[in-house]
Design a protein around this ligand. Structure first.
Ligand code: S3P
Length: 439
């Protein structure tokens, strides 16, 4: 993150009206950037994420020998290394991006080079043992600094493993799949809680073979990926980011007469549980024009709100894992619901770009809310009135944006400190918020 901190003042709003096309999905942008860098040929991507994080992935690919060209029509062309990464001349800078660091580790571990991966203050505090462990089982040689970055990888040929993922993490799953793609033998991986499957879809799009089988009980899936595969470049348009859409969907929920249309939103079923949550809370969602591109569903969403106001809900178990990135904004609007929102089984929030449980609790309290903090979540009663306050974003993009939404129904103005962090995933956020809010 840039060291210049900026503050945004958010005034209360009367309603939210209008339409929006969202920048490309952050998760898919990362995966296409990384796989394009490994593939043979030139990949052409439209609607690549404008967030800083996927651009860290692109920069790492350039450092590894891929060519990246930003065209005038905003498409990005990536000419891959045809499976041969070069020795980078400097450490690979992953910026604020855990996705870059973890997924890239799996991608480069089988290449006969020495790589160092670094990141910013937040990233170098995040847990990396979770990728070192499975990659080491495959034969990778990885050094961490007390479980954290900087990471040093002494690239070496890898062999297949059977791996049970101990935590629901798409990034860990991806690190194993990307390594398995290039290992000797067929790697398999089971996940008890299904996490986002963009890597599986992206690998298939780039021409890889990959199988998914589900146990008879239906709740444990096994993925198998044969090794020594090569990838071919693709042309793709990246669907709009549903996690960025979440902020505006939640903003719409706050006003009974709001009307919001979001075009070209990614609706991959492993991400779209958010839409069920919005419906449970009282949103009315119409899904129009659904299409599929490279295994990813894309559609237009129209959102209105029940005149009866917002209901509350419990979010726990698999659902908490599936909407992990949307939990801060759901928590931030929880006091405005009638029955409150309970979030449990979300311990992973403590090791995101910030400790999101602690920061949500601190900032909701600053706005006058009552709540209970648990190690794995928050219990936030409903029917509360909030007032404007000084918000500490902790330079975490999702905290800055979540509290900008809470501020819309508060009395008085709210100051979001570290607002520049929104650019990690959504640089246009404050402009769109201003355009859509009527005051
Ligand atoms: C992501 C997976 C999630 C999510 C992150 C993006 C991905 O992290 O929180 O923002 O693109 O795979 P975990 O895999 O650590 O759960």
């Amino acid at each position: 993150m840039s060291s210049t901190s900026s503050t945004q003042i958010i005034r209360p709003a009367r309603t939210l009206q209008g339409s929006l096309t969202l920048p490309g999905d952050k998760s898919i942008s990362h995966r296409y950037a990384l796989l394009a860098g490994l593939a043979e040929g030139t990949t052409r991507l439209s609607n690549f994420s404008t967030g800083a994080d996927p651009h860290s992935s692109l920069a790492c690919m350039e450092a590894l020998g891929a060519t990246v060209v930003h065209k005038e029509d905003k498409t990005i062309e990536i000419t891959g290394t045809a499976g041969k990464f070069k020795q980078p001349s400097a450490p690979l800078d992953c910026g604020n991006s855990g996705s870059t660091m973890r997924m890239l580790s799996g991608l480069i571990a089988p290449h006969p080079r020495t790589f160092t991966l670094t990141g910013d203050h937040s990233l170098t505090r995040r847990p990396m043992e979770r990728i070192r462990k499975p990659l080491s089982l495959m034969g990778a040689k990885i050094d961490l600094a007390e479980g954290h970055a900087p990471i040093t990888i002494h690239g070496t040929p890898l062999h297949a493993i059977d791996f049970d993922t101990p935590i629901p993490s798409a990034q860990v799953k991806t690190a194993v799949l990307f390594a398995g793609l290039q290992a000797n033998g067929t790697t398999s991986l089971t996940e008890a809680i299904r996490t986002r499957d963009h890597s599986e879809q992206a690998l298939k799009a780039f021409g890889a073979t990959l199988n998914r089988t589900t146990a008879a009980s239906g709740d444990v899936a096994k993925l198998s990926i044969p090794g020594n595969q090569t990838l071919k470049a693709i042309d793709a348009t990246i669907p709009g980011d549903i996690s960025s859409a979440a902020f505006f969907l939640c903003a719409a929920l706050l006003f009974p007469d709001s009307n919001l249309i979001l075009d070209g939103v990614g609706m991959n079923p492993t991400r779209a549980s958010l839409l069920d949550v919005i419906t449970s809370l009282g949103g009315k969602i119409k899904v129009l024009n659904v299409e599929e591109h490279h295994g990813e569903l894309v559609g237009t969403l129209q959102v209105n709100v029940s005149p009866n106001g917002l209901r509350g809900m419990h979010i726990e178990g698999a659902l908490a894992a599936q909407i992990i990135d949307e939990l801060p904004v759901l928590a931030a609007i929880a006091p405005y619901t009638s029955d409150g929102i309970t979030i449990r089984d979300a311990r992973e929030l403590r090791v995101k770009e910030s400790d999101r449980i602690a920061l949500v609790a601190k900032n909701l309290r600053a706005m006058g809310a009552k709540l209970t903090e648990h190690e794995d979540g928050l219990v936030i009663p409903g029917n509360q009135k909030l007032h404007g306050a000084q918000i500490d974003s902790g330079t975490d993009h999702r905290i800055a944006m979540a509290f900008s939404i809470a501020a819309l129904r508060a009395t008085g103005d709210t100051e979001i400190h570290g607002a520049e962090s929104a650019a990690i995933s959504f640089p246009e956020f404050f402009t769109h918020l201003n355009d859509l809010c009527q005051r």
